[in-house]
Design a protein around this ligand. Sequence first.
Ligand SMILES: Cc1ncc(COP(=O)(O)O)c(C=O)c1O
Length: 602
Amino acid sequence: MFSAPPGAQFPANIAPPGSPLASPAGFGPSVPGTLIPQGQIPGANLLPASPTQLPSLANRAPALAPHAVAGNGVPDSVLSVAPAFEPRSGGVVQGVPQQIGAPVAPQAATSPFYFLSDGYGHPSAGTTPAISPPGQVLPPLPLAGEGWGEGGSVQSYAGVPSPQPLTPTLSPEGRGSQPQFYFVDAVPLAGGGQHPPFDVHAVRRDFPILQERVNGRQLVWFDNAATTHKPQSVIDRIAYFYEHENSNIHRAAHELAARATDAYEGARERVRKFINAPEVEEVIFVRGTTEAINLVAKSWGGQHVGEGDEIIVSNLEHHANIVPWQQLAAAKGAKLRVIPVDDSGQVLLDEYRKLLNDRTKIVAVTQVSNALGTVAPVKEIVELAHRAGAKALVDGAQSVSHMRVDVQDIGADFFVFSGHKVFGPTGIGVVWGKREVLEDMPPWQGGGNMIADVTFEKTVFQPIPNKFEAGTGNIADAVGLGAAIDYVNKVGIENIARYEHDLLVYGMAQLGAIPGVRLIGTAADKASVMSFVLDGYTTEEVGHALNDEGIAVRTGHHCAQPILRRFGVETTVRPSLAFYNTFDEIDRLVSVVRRLAGRRRG
Ligand SMILES: Cc1ncc(COP(=O)(O)O)c(C=O)c1O
């Protein structure tokens, strides 16, 4: 099972050598100070937003003129003096009693090789990167075409392409004597490019909340599919915004409005680059994935879906990608049709083909299932939708933090995601849409910011993206999302995908080997999620037992009732991984579940 990193069945998802994606210019982490191209930023002057580097307003270009600068962030020179970036005194989180507040390691000295160098986060210490352990001989994990069966056995899967079979860097069997570092740079990475080493312990030091203690134990956060934690650079970037830049955007003639606009539009550009969107105006800020899908259903759907038309979703969908379409279908007299999945939880493409016809108006599918972890073949799904004359929306809520997303490669008309699931703040998310599709859509909300001219007779709307951003948006958290993207870029999304893949293979094997555990979702291509049920226990009981040991998992229906019912369950226990999780944490989870299984009630 998933012997390649998530999404790797589509070679195009992994940048080939020499491609723009593999090259530093297309890939944030290795290019400190990459210039934002001129002439692309709407309503923005991407001048540096720091008090020390801002030219006077008189010297500024007109507010709409973009400038080629490194970014919308905070220059190193400012970071080094800004109080928000100083190590906490006494290593104690401010405002938290000493015995509760966890020590926070001074950061500049500990994570030298992926810190932000463009001034949007921590200063770089410039020290030598940690070195991978000398070549280890490691037994193989399941190869392409194999997967995990009940009880952790390896099964064969037919036809699972694996362009880049992964040699694991760390075997389950070899644990215990392993060093405390988990590097993936020993693995030949897709494209053969040079990537920085991945040091999970250095990464963990960037997430203060991971030092929390719960029920006397160090917190283990396995609820990443619900929300992810925030690195210090994101927390600090938001604080910096409120300390130095806070203003409404786009309108005022004063300095702080210019800074806030810089920061907000700079974040938009970061999103554009992160998902490889062609144009920054195609990136619309919303509250999250739910609002994003509602925007598309209300605006595009309201205009283009009529009586007798059909909307296709998959059985895997989160309620957020079911309910808005259901509401639209009910309002318009249209029909919702569902792509079924096989027993591993992968969508059945042949069945999908049979659903498509000339009444199909839009196909809306998740890229990664939040309940099962299945990575759906979205590129193929989109292509088939387009061949049928339909539009396609891809829900990237669970994909963007685990794999490289290239919206041009996927080819959908819309791609949506939430900031809080990719180490950014809550309350901010993204709709990306193709320019021609967005331009043809009516606004879905009316108010300030989205208008060019208003009389009592009529309103002229702003062009995209402002047309879809009525009212004062979540400015600070958009800026925080920009910082989160910087952070992910610095770690390197391919490094993240590979490390998480090893974790997932290990976790699935360990959990699947426990008698009485039934893994729900065993597709060959998976990311992050290890849903299971345990004989003799309710999922809540398992969740409580884990919480008693400081381990946070989600139990319940995960807002995805249809897919759980497909597997004959109403709820599961759902540990979900992020790149700051460790093999030791999986061992802690497994030992609790094993203990429960050993005491199983008849
Ligand atoms: C696949 C998927 N889609 C949509 C959503 C909704 O995201 P949000 O609650 O951030 O709007 C989620 C959240 O869990 C999800 O996992």
